[in-house]
Design a protein around this ligand. Structure first.
Ligand code: FE2
Length: 216
């Protein structure tokens, strides 16, 4: 589920973990192909371009005044790469339900899965312009939170790790759903691959040394 990078520290577009048509009818194949092959690919390229420009600034090849522009592009594109990678990994044709510690923590922190879904759906549907609904693990309080992200990198909480995300940029749904974002958000819940989210959550928690959560 994590975003991909090469050994040289450059960003790499990961393959989709399923076919373009795997999420039909909730998300159509044409949208998936454009979304992954063009949009996600552009964020990967944009992140690498920003790294290269910032290196040129360090080397005195271009005006340091450009640091603001390329810093913003780095944040935007790296965040786009990260969120899209987690987005693909959290989807699948089978659906299912959260289990294990994720299910227990959803109940503990949101009251129930239905309450999480209502909260998350409201956050995603109401993003003004481009953005994301994000279920994240917040490691300071070791709790789950829902964030409403604008673009890819605004309105985030430092350190929070996305677990399940929904892209509500128009490029994610407009071919099929036109302006009716709420129908796309509703359809999203039938293609969440909860077992993949469970596995990602276990990995994220293990990395954050949760004594109460990960037994061996
Ligand atoms: Fe997107």
């Amino acid at each position: 589920m994590a975003a991909s990078a090469g050994h040289g520290g450059e960003y790499v577009l990961p393959p989709l973990p399923y076919g373009y048509d795997a999420l039909e009818p909730s998300i159509d194949a044409e949208t998936m192909k454009l979304h992954h092959d063009k949009h996600h690919a552009a964020y990967v390229k944009g992140a690498n371009d920003a790294l290269a420009k910032l290196a040129e600034i360090r080397e005195g090849k271009i005006d340091p005044a450009a640091v603001s522009e390329w810093s913003e592009k780095l944040a935007f594109n790296v965040s786009g790469h990260t969120l899209h990678s987690i987005f693909w990994g959290g989807l699948g044709p089978k659906g299912g339900k959260p289990e294990g510690s994720l299910a227990a923590d959803i109940d503990a922190h949101f009251g129930s899965l239905d309450k999480l879904k209502s909260h998350f759906s409201a956050a995603a549907t109401q993003v003004q312009g481009n953005g994301w609904g994000v279920l994240a693990f917040e490691p300071v309080a070791r709790r789950l939170v829902v964030l409403q992200v604008r673009n890819h990198q605004l309105n985030v909480a430092w350190g929070a790790i996305p677990l399940l995300v929904l892209d509500v940029w128009e490029h994610a749904y407009y071919l099929k759903y036109k302006n009716v974002r709420a129908d796309y958000v509703k359809a999203f819940w039938s293609i969440v691959n909860w077992s993949a989210v469970d596995q990602w959550y276990a990995l994220v928690q293990a990395k954050h040394h949760g004594p109460q959560h990960h037994g061996h």
